[in-house]
Ligand binder design. Structure first.
Ligand SMILES: Nc1nc2c(c(=O)[nH]1)N[C@H]1C(S)=C(S)[C@@H](COP(=O)(O)O)O[C@H]1N2
Ligand SMILES: [Mo]
Length: 423
C-alpha cells in the first residue's frame, strides 16, 4: 500500500482536483526520469494485496444507470457566477479533467435563457411552415423514422472566453473556455425535412424557434447551413439530455452556440432575417468605431492548453505532455503550434485523436520543465489557412467592446514554484 501511494505522488496537482491529477502525475513520471527509480522498487517488492482484492465487489445494477467513480467527484460542471435570474445563466465544462475529444453527456456545458423545460416527447411537435409547398407537423416518432446521420461537432457559446478581452482574467480554464463541448450528434438532416415540405425558391433564410420559456429564436441563412445542419434527438449514443434540448434540437455545425436552438418547435422558411432579440440587441459584435457586426455565425479557429493550465502545480522537474483542444467553425484543424516562451518560438504539436470537421481536436506536445518560469501557449491553424490571433492582434482589429467571438491565444504562466497561472 505504501509503495502504491508513493508511485502516485503528484507531479502536477490542483488543490481541488488532487485525485484526477494523480493519474496525470503517474503518467508524467512514467515518461520521465522518475520512472526508473519506481520501476526498480516495483520489481523488488511484491504488490500489497488490497482490501478490494479480498472481498466481493458491488453487485450488478448498482446503480442501473452508471455514474462516474466516487473518486472523480470533483469533475463537475461549475458556474462562474450566480445567475441573474432563476433558470438563466450557464454552467461550464471541466475541460482540464477531460480526455480525448468527446464531452461526456453529464459534463456538457449548459446555457439556458429560461431554464430547462420538461417536455413530454409524446406531446411535442416540430412544425415546418412559411415559404413551403406543404407545411408539416412532425412528431418525435416521425423524426426517428427518417434516414439518420451521426456526426461529431463542437458546440461553443460565442460568449466563451469573453473574460479575456481586457487581458488575463486570472481564471482557470473551466471558467475561461468551459462554454465549449463536443458531442457525437444523431438526427435527421435539415435538408431531408425541408425536402418533405418543398421549399419555395424565394426562401433564403429560416427562423428556428425553441419551446422553452425564452422561445429562443434565430434567423439562419439557408445556403450556408443546408449541407450540414441537423435536427438531432441523440447525443453521444443516447437521447438528448433535458438540459441540452430534449427531445429535439437544431445543430448548426461551426456556428455560434446560440443558433443551435434547443427544444426545437418551429422552423419557418422566410425571405430575409427576422431581426429577433438574439440577433439585434444580443449576439452582435460592437467594433471600436461604435458600429456593430450582425450575423457573425462561424466560430473562428481557436485552441487552448488544458493540461497543465491555471490552478495546476508542477512539483517534479522533467517531462510533461502539454495537452489541449483545437477547433474551428470553418472546417478541420490543420495544425497546432506550441510555445513555452510566450510565443517567441513555436513548434508543431501532435494531433492525437480523430481530426474531424468542426469538432474538438486533441493535441499534445512534449515539454521538459527545467524549473524556470515559462509561458505556455497554443495556436490553431485550420484548413482554410486561418491562424489563431494573439490577444494584441485581436484587440487591434476588433477593439474591446465586443462580448462575443473572442479567440485569442491563451497564455498560461508557469512560475518557478511550479504554480500555473492565467497571467
Ligand atoms: N431554446 C433555446 N435554445 C438555446 C438556448 C436557450 O436558452 N433556449 N441557449 C442557446 C445558447 S446561448 C447556447 S450557447 C446553446 C447552449 O447549448 P447547451 O446548453 O446544450 O450547451 O444553446 C442555445 N440554444
Ligand atoms: Mo450562448
Amino acid at each position: 500500500m505504501k509503495r502504491n501511494s508513493k508511485l502516485a505522488q503528484p507531479a502536477l496537482v490542483s488543490d481541488s482536483r488532487r485525485d484526477t491529477m494523480r493519474k496525470l502525475a503517474a503518467g508524467a513520471l512514467a515518461s520521465g526520469l522518475g520512472m526508473r527509480a519506481h520501476a526498480q522498487e516495483a520489481a523488488a517488492t511484491p504488490l500489497a494485496v488490497e482490501r478490494w482484492t479480498v472481498t466481493p465487489g458491488a453487485p450488478l445494477l448498482s446503480p442501473p444507470y452508471g455514474v462516474p467513480s466516487s473518486f472523480e467527484g470533483n469533475v463537475i460542471r461549475r458556474s462562474a457566477r450566480a445567475p441573474a435570474m432563476p433558470g438563466s445563466g450557464s454552467s461550464m465544462t471541466p475541460l482540464a479533467d477531460l480526455f480525448g475529444s468527446v464531452t461526456p453527456n453529464g459534463l456538457v456545458y449548459e446555457r439556458h435563457h429560461a431554464g430547462v423545460p420538461k417536455i413530454d416527447p409524446a406531446q411535442h411537435r416540430v412544425v415546418i411552415h412559411g415559404l413551403v409547398r406543404q407545411p408539416r407537423l412532425f412528431t418525435i416518432d416521425d423524426l426517428l423514422r427518417f434516414p439518420s446521420e451521426t456526426r461529431v461537432h463542437f458546440l461553443e457559446c460565442s460568449g466563451n472566453t469573453g473574460s479575456e478581452w481586457s487581458g488575463p482574467s486570472g481564471l482557470p480554464v473551466q471558467f475561461t473556455h468551459g462554454l465549449l463541448s463536443c458531442c457525437e450528434w444523431t438526427g435527421v438532416r435539415l435538408s431531408t425535412l425541408l425536402d418533405e415540405v418543398g421549399v419555395d425558391q424565394s426562401a433564403q433564410w429560416i427562423l428556428a424557434e425553441g419551446a422553452d420559456g425564452a422561445a429562443m429564436t434565430r434567423s439562419l441563412p439557408l445556403a450556408r447551413i443546408l449541407d450540414r445542419a441537423l435536427v438531432v434527438y441523440a447525443q453521444n449514443g443516447e437521447r438528448l439530455r433535458p438540459e441540452n434540448g430534449y427531445p429535439v434540437r437544431l445543430i448548426v455545425p461551426g456556428f455560434e452556440g446560440n443558433t443551435n436552438i434547443k427544444w426545437l418547435r418551429r422552423i419557418k422558411l422566410v425571405q430575409a432575417p427576422e431581426m429577433t432579440r438574439e440577433e439585434t440587441s444580443k449576439y452582435t459584435n460592437l467594433l471600436r468605431d461604435g458600429k456593430a457586426r450582425q450575423f457573425v455565425f462561424e466560430m473562428d479557429a481557436k485552441s487552448v492548453i488544458t493540461r497543465p493550465s491555471a490552478g495546476h502545480r508542477l512539483t517534479t522537474h522533467g517531462y510533461y505532455p502539454i495537452s489541449g483542444y483545437a477547433w474551428s467553425g470553418r472546417g478541420r484543424i490543420r495544425r497546432v503550434d506550441i510555445s513555452a516562451d510566450g510565443g517567441k518560438t513555436w513548434r508543431t504539436a501532435r494531433l492525437t485523436g480523430p481530426v474531424q470537421d468542426r469538432a474538438l481536436t486533441r493535441f499534445e506536445a512534449d515539454w521538459y520543465w527545467n524549473g524556470g518560469a515559462a509561458n505556455l501557449q497554443s495556436r490553431a491553424i485550420d484548413e482554410t489557412g486561418y491562424i489563431q490571433p494573439t490577444h494584441a492582434a485581436l484587440v487591434a482589429a476588433r477593439g474591446v467592446n465586443s462580448q462575443y467571438h473572442y479567440n485569442g491565444i491563451q497564455n498560461w504562466r508557469v512560475e518557478e514554484t511550479g504554480e500555473v497561472r492565467n497571467a
